[in-house]
Design a protein around this ligand. Structure first.
Ligand code: SF4
Length: 361
């Protein structure tokens, strides 16, 4: 059934959206895996799997957007709402540097939070600038498109001016969070107050134009159709054709526990098969993106390990702390030694990288 698609892949030709849809419906998962593994080996012939030493810091959980899929936020005024004091954030960064070492820009700080109406651009400039001054080892891979659109709005700045000022304050690159599914129809259902598809794409294309890199993500396994998954992948591929600014693509599935969406929608949680199929199709369709990251926080170490044979070439961050997914009931932790063991077990050498995917050892 997929002979023509397999021929295209072996000839290095680009797949169409229709091809992607057929792959999503193809009954033989192992065959998909072989094709995705072929592309992964073509892009990365060395037998290595990379990872980055990093941690998440969720500086505030206050958010007025109330996405239905999110169990992390607390609305403004709620007793459990917090903004971490700068000393606390510094303590967490110091713990990261203690583990990752002092080499410049070698440790990844993924700092993200809710859309807190009290935090304007000056808060972020001060925080990013202080981190930049005190911790040269840190690569500030922080703030989602959703946060940046809101900071610009609150501070009455154009998106470009806002991103330029964040960059000048110390922001190095932007994580792909907040993409969810890049279909306004889906966003209307799962988080109608958050940024639109064009706003998300605008943040990333503006950042790329300003010389910054970013990653792309997809949160699947809820109300979306496979057509909408393909619409999402097409948006990413088209933007990458224009700018070349995405370093990597990461897919994870919706974590339903304690979310409003789970009560309303009541659909089944995505399975390991669905995850492997999704990363394999992404590997085959996103021919212009070099790296696919495993999602061990949501999928657990075993499926993450298997995904290394379905197109994935990177194990992601050591993630010393994670609060967003764990708020929705998913708690996977992994010491670095275990990550390295899982990688060696599939016959590859674990190699540390930085956020720009430059190898460090
Ligand atoms: S996903 Fe982000 S924007 Fe949406 S409610 Fe949660 S913290 Fe707020």
């Amino acid at each position: 059934m997929t002979t023509d698609i397999a021929e295209k892949i072996h000839a290095g030709q680009r797949l169409s959206v229709e091809d992607g849809l057929r792959l999503f419906r193809h009954p033989n998962l192992a065959e998909l895996g072989l094709l995705a593994d072929h592309v992964r080996r073509r892009k990365h012939p060395e037998r290595i799997v990379t990872y980055v030493v990093g941690r998440n810091v969720n500086y505030t959980n206050v958010c007025w957007v109330r996405c239905k899929f999110c169990a992390f936020y607390r609305p403004p005024g709620a007793d459990e709402g917090y903004v971490l004091p700068q000393e606390k954030i510094f303590e967490k960064i110091q713990e990261l540097v203690d583990v990752g070492g002092a080499r410049p820009k070698s440790c990844e700080l993924l700092m993200q939070g809710g859309l807190n109406p009290k935090l304007k651009l000056d808060y972020y400039e001060d925080l990013l600038g202080s981190i930049r001054t005190h911790f040269p080892a840190i690569q500030l891979h922080s703030l989602s498109a959703t946060e940046i659109v809101y900071i610009a709005h609150l501070s009455r700045l154009s998106l470009e001016d806002c991103i330029r000022r964040l960059r000048d304050a110390g922001l190095d690159s932007i994580p792909g969070a907040g993409a969810e599914i890049l279909s306004d129809e889906v966003r209307q259902i799962i988080g109608f107050r958050k940024d639109t598809v064009s706003e998300w794409l605008d943040v990333h294309s503006t950042a790329h134009r300003l010389g910054m890199r970013s990653s792309a993500t997809m949160m699947y396994g809820h109300v979306e159709t496979v057509e909408q998954r393909m619409e999402h992948l097409k948006h990413i591929r088209d933007l990458q054709d224009e700018t070349g600014g995405f370093t990597a693509f990461i897919a994870w599935n919706f974590q339903p526990t304690d979310t409003e969406l789970a009560q309303e929608w009541n659909g089944p949680k995505a399975t390991g098969y669905d995850h492997l199929r999704t990363v394999a199709v992404a590997r085959l369709f996103l021919d212009n993106i070099d790296n696919l990251q495993a999602s061990w926080v949501t999928q657990g170490p075993r499926i993450a390990q298997v995904s290394l044979h379905y197109g994935v070439n990177d194990f992601g961050s050591t993630m010393m702390e994670e609060n967003v997914v764990s708020a929705a009931g998913t708690r996977h932790c992994m010491p670095l030694s275990e990550m390295q063991r899982l990688i060696r077990d599939v016959g590859c050498e674990p190699v540390r990288r930085n956020t720009r995917y430059e190898l460090l050892n």
